[in-house]
Write a protein that binds this ligand. Structure first.
Ligand SMILES: [Fe+2]
Length: 133
């Protein structure tokens, strides 16, 4: 299944509008997207739309956590991220059944997997590659 370049652009636009001038977060998301899309070539079982949305939006909970608590950690990212991702994906009419999976992935990306989605493993690996620097 080929990925959809328009969809990617729509989510990038929503991500940038959300993070505004937080270039570090935007850069991180784009780097994770790059590695996640690399992995797609060897992961025909993955839905590219879900991989792209998860990669770009996986850390959106950071902003809410920092606004509410003045800090963020793995747990608060998982706690606040899914609802923000849903708002952003709804704004571009992303399919609801895929949004539900993206929300589960974002809510689980820093802890032992509770779901057997191949897209969750692709995201975790891409995030690890980027965080390793
Ligand atoms: Fe990340």
């Amino acid at each position: 299944m080929p990925s959809n370049p328009i969809l990617r652009a729509q989510i990038v636009r929503a991500l940038i509008q959300y993070f505004e001038s937080d270039d570090r977060r935007i850069d991180h998301a784009l780097r994770v997207l790059h590695h996640a899309e690399d992995a797609l070539a060897d992961s025909p079982e993955c839905d590219p739309d879900i991989v792209i949305a998860s990669a770009l939006l996986h850390d959106v909970g950071i902003k809410v956590s920092e606004e509410k608590h003045g800090h963020n950690n793995a747990k608060t990212q998982e706690q606040y991220g899914p609802a923000v991702a849903k708002d952003l994906l709804d704004s571009i009419s992303f399919p609801a059944e895929k949004t539900a999976i993206v929300m589960n992935i974002i809510g689980n990306h820093h802890s032992p997997s509770r779901f057997d989605y191949p897209e969750l493993e692709v995201l975790k690996k891409a995030d690890q590659i980027v965080n390793r620097g």
